[in-house]
Design a protein around this ligand. Structure first.
Ligand code: MSP
Length: 500
């Protein structure tokens, strides 16, 4: 089973921020989970370095675009490990190999007869690098995303005959109701399609910063086609001497934010069809992270949550957990440092961390660290029944928040079990030794399975816990309760989430 997951490639005209971190973290959760299940996984992220947004930012800073691109690409590249992202490759659209393959694929689109030369005139947002169609334009001729006033542009371009894909795209949506997820985004994309597809420009004449059009080198490709193709080109050169295309194409999941829906759900499948390539299986469109006041995050409003500050104060694991837990994946959600603090204390430190610490401490104190080799308590076992399958099926739909909630209900269940069974009281009476054995074995085994289930969300702390439990495997066959956790000897564990 192969599983190929991608993030958008991020513009290098700005520095990485929480929104970028968010998409990367969620894609990483899916990648790690699928590796647990034994899938052949490829996880791609990278940077989008051509086009007006980058050329303009470089000009404003008095730099050559390549210099700005090199500088900021490094920052994005460094962000991935800080987030514990396990990406298999980091693509830059200024890679020669990428550029060559973009030319190859789009030459095929041209040879297949889907391009023509014409004059494009329209309302253009330089920040989006996108012409806006009538029903997208805000009052006062403003961009719906950046709210800046649009510019009137007219230039000779190569066009992509998108309109000729009207029926094929409609058929794609009819045949594959899960092509775009969640449902509301599918509906949004489909209504855009049903309103009638217009041809779009494929090249830029005035701009030099891009991939040259091979059949007309005075033009460069419109940055969006160069960018979208990264998902395909990367497979050709990510591993030296090996072409991974057959192994991983078409992509399983493109994870994107709602700002770039149209490109991924309409233009992208059309250009792939025009190049005789297979269309990806799913595009998952998530919402926006908003400032703590519910408004769009912006430096001037002072409501920005800085991922690096969160990491410094609470650690990467807490950032990953917080974003997935607090913002229901798919919808918009407000985020702020106070909310991180609350989740950290109440859930990571008090619920999960504490469950881990006291379970291990009790096994050390009452049984010298040896997990009793006895049958588990059926009352707890039944609450874990089918959990691994439910989590897997939610993650098959990229529902990272709902899957985490399923797991968390069992973390809480285990804490209630500790309170109800009161091992410290059982330890006082010799006659209760068998019951104490059962409680401790059940807790140790439940804690182990929970660590396996939580591994994709918090890889480092769960691995620490698994090794303290002397059960280092994180494979998904360990996500359900074994009949006994006996025979292991646990070792002392520092608090996983110390109070801040
Ligand atoms: N370069 C294009 C994407 C090309 S993909 C072939 C681009 N880059 S971007 O740097 O602007 O990144 C946009 C993406 O970053 C969003 O789609 C989303 O994944 C993430 N986010 C940026 N800001 C965000 C929020 N405020 N909230 C959530 N995610 C956001 O568009």
């Amino acid at each position: 089973m192969s599983f190929y997951v991608t993030t958008p490639i991020y513009y290098v005209n700005a520095q990485p921020h929480l929104g970028h971190a968010y998409t990367t973290i969620v894609a990483d959760v899916l990648a790690r989970h699928m590796r647990q299940r034994g899938a052949d996984v490829f996880f791609l992220t990278g940077t989008d370095e051509h086009g007006e947004p980058v050329a303009d930012a470089a000009r404003d800073q008095g730099l050559e675009p390549q210099v700005l691109a090199d500088r900021n690409a490094e920052r994005f590249k460094a962000l991935a490990p800080q987030l514990e992202a396990s990406n298999d490759f980091f693509i830059r659209t200024t890679d020669d190999e990428h550029m060559r393959r973009v030319q190859e694929v789009l030459q095929r689109v041209h040879d297949n007869g889907y391009t023509y030369k014409g004059i494009y005139e329209g309302w253009y947002c330089p920040r989006c690098a996108d012409f806006k169609v009538e029903n997208e334009i805000l009052e006062g001729n403003r961009c719906p995303i950046h709210e800046i006033v649009l510019e009137r542009h007219s230039e000779e371009n190569w066009f992509f005959a998108l309109s000729r894909f009207q029926e094929s795209i409609q058929r794609l949506y009819a045949d594959r109701p899960d092509f775009v997820m969640p449902q509301a985004r599918y509906n949004e994309a489909l209504s855009f399609i049903n309103s009638g597809l217009e041809d779009i420009s494929l090249s830029r004449h005035r701009l030099k910063w891009g991939v040259p059009v091979p059949w007309d080198p005075d033009h460069v490709f419109y940055v969006w086609f160069d960018a979208l193709l990264n998902y395909y080109t990367a497979l050709g050169y990510a591993r030296e001497g090996e072409d991974l295309t057959d192994r991983f194409w078409p992509a399983t999941y493109h994870i994107i934010g709602k700002d770039i829906l149209k490109f991924h759900t309409v233009f992208w499948p059309a250009i792939l069809m025009a190049a005789d390539l297979a269309v990806p299986e799913h595009v998952f469109v998530h919402g926006f992270l908003l400032g703590s006041d519910g408004r769009k995050m912006s430096k001037s409003l002072g409501n920005v949550l800085d991922p690096f500050e969160v990491i410094e104060r609470f650690g990467t694991e807490a950032l990953r957990f917080y974003l997935v837990r607090d913002v229901s994946f798919g919808g918009d959600g407000s985020v702020g440092m106070d909310a991180v603090h609350v989740r950290y204390e109440s859930e990571l430190a008090n619920e999960y961390g504490n469950l881990a610490s006291r379970t291990i401490a009790m096994i050390l104190r009452y049984r010298d660290g040896a997990v009793p080799d006895v049958e588990l308590d059926p009352a707890v076992v039944s609450d874990f029944d089918g959990l691994d399958e439910r989590v897997a099926s939610l993650l098959d739909r990229a529902d990272v928040t709902a899957a985490l909630e399923q797991i968390w209900q069992r973390v809480r269940r285990c804490n209630r079990y500790v309170e109800e069974s009161a091992p410290w009281q059982l330890a006082r009476e010799d006659g209760d030794a068998a019951r104490l054995d059962c409680v401790l074995a059940t807790l140790a085994e439940a804690l182990r399975a929970l660590a396996v289930l939580l591994y994709p969300y918090m890889p480092t702390s769960t691995e620490t816990l698994l090794s303290a439990l002397a059960a280092p495997g994180w494979g998904y066959d360990g996500a359900s309760l074994a009949s006994s956790g006996g025979g292991r000897t646990v070792s002392a564990l520092e608090p996983l989430f110390p109070k801040r």
